[in-house]
Design a protein around this ligand. Structure first.
Ligand code: IMP
Ligand code: MG
Length: 177
């Protein structure tokens, strides 16, 4: 699928992530904070966000995938890499690239609560509210976008485009009648 128009430039993203970082830092002040980021989509957003969070933050990475068609996530969420994770009595900030149906965030948040986290908040770079199927509270959110499939800044399509420094739409190929 060809790359479409640029939705968010590298500068727009950096500036907004800086604002989110400042808010998070103010909200947690000197409380120890554990970031749990969801591989692989969150990696670039996480790196940018961490620049603003100060030295007292712990970072854990987990993996989650939902299966569906190439550009729409499905109902089933599979979670991996929980083995080492210890979030008992910790304040956790769950970081992901995008809230689409909301299933991934809801599943991971539920799991973290079951593992004894003291609090779980969520932080996403992008939000597609029109696609939501599961009610999930977004504590920190970068940008609200329409129902378009986007790539770049960590977001991929079939493993490609993650390394773009900006976010662009992916154009569906014109259908033959
Ligand atoms: P949810 O569980 O439906 O909210 O799906 C969230 C996951 O689907 C995200 O973590 C992304 O990995 C993926 N996803 C959803 N929308 C997009 C998109 O527009 N581009 C790339 N990945 C997406
Ligand atoms: Mg993801």
């Amino acid at each position: 699928m060809p790359l479409g128009k640029v939705l968010l430039s590298a500068e727009q993203i950096a500036s907004r992530v800086g604002e989110l970082g400042l808010r998070i830092r103010r909200d947690y002040e000197d409380q120890p904070l554990t970031i749990v980021a969801i591989l692989q989509g969150a990696i670039v957003f996480l790196g940018e966000l961490l620049k603003h969070l100060g030295a007292g933050v712990t970072v854990e990475l987990i993996e989650a995938s939902s299966y569906g068609t190439a550009t729409a996530s499905g109902g089933q969420v599979t979670l991996r890499r929980y083995g080492r994770l210890d979030v008992r009595d910790r304040d956790v900030l769950l970081v992901d690239d995008i809230a689409d149906t909301g299933r991934t965030l809801a599943a991971v948040a539920r799991q973290l609560e079951a593992m004894g986290a003291r609090s779980v908040r969520t932080c996403v770079l992008l939000d597609k509210p029109s696609r939501r199927e599961v009610d999930v509270e977004l504590s920190y959110r970068g940008f609200e976008i329409d129902d378009v499939f986007v790539v770049g800044f960590g977001l991929d399509h079939a493993g490609r485009y993650r390394t773009l420094p900006y976010i662009a739409c992916l154009d569906e190929p014109a259908r033959k009648e």
